[in-house]
Design a protein around this ligand. Structure first.
Ligand code: GTP
Ligand code: MG
Length: 151
């Protein structure tokens, strides 16, 4: 089963939307494996977004991501990497479809509430960047057969 890294950015906490967003992932049928509140040091955010180094929005992005605590989380599910990015909607909330998190709850690209890994390689890279192995619980879910048919 695929895993991904989801971060609720500082605006999610400031706006009191943590429960709402976690609820959407749970209701979708994704399984929570790790969860913590982190005030990330600048170096951690710089590593996390290293692919964007040099872009015009990079400095603002790092400032935004270090402006307050982040909810860091690891989730598991079928096809979760692309599926969670569909739940989030387009990067720019003004272009995100209604029904998506960014489409419903945000208006501006620099305040788009939530991050989701964009590939299997980045998911594993980000999980190991933000979490120690012992902080991730590989628990078995009794509801599993009602969410995912056995292969
Ligand atoms: P993440 O899940 O946060 O990685 O977003 P994404 O994968 O949908 O987009 P991308 O990785 O291209 O950009 C990372 C983050 O940089 C975005 O989520 C935005 O917060 C920010 N960002 C991207 N493009 C712009 C932009 O043009 N202007 C501003 N101000 N911020 C941007
Ligand atoms: Mg990205």
């Amino acid at each position: 089963m695929e895993r991904t890294f989801i971060a609720l950015k500082p605006d999610t906490l400031q706006r009191g939307l943590v429960g709402d967003i976690i609820n959407r992932f749970e209701k979708k049928g994704f399984q929570l494996l790790g969860l913590k509140l982190v005030q990330p040091p600048r170096e951690l955010v710089e590593k996390h977004y290293e692919e964007h180094l040099g872009r015009p929005f990079y400095e603002g992005l790092v400032n935004y991501m270090t402006s307050g605590p982040i909810v860091a989380s690891v989730w598991q599910g079928k096809n979760i990497i692309s599926s969670s990015r569909s739940l989030l909607g387009a990067t720019d909330p003004s272009k995100a479809a209604p029904g998506t998190i960014r489409g419903d709850l945000a208006t501006q690209v620099g305040r788009n509430l939530v991050h989701a890994s964009d590939s299997p390689v980045n998911a594993e890279r980000e999980i190991s960047l933000w979490f120690a192995a012992k902080e991730i619980q590989n628990w078995s879910r009794s509801l599993e057969p009602w969410i995912n048919e056995e292969n």
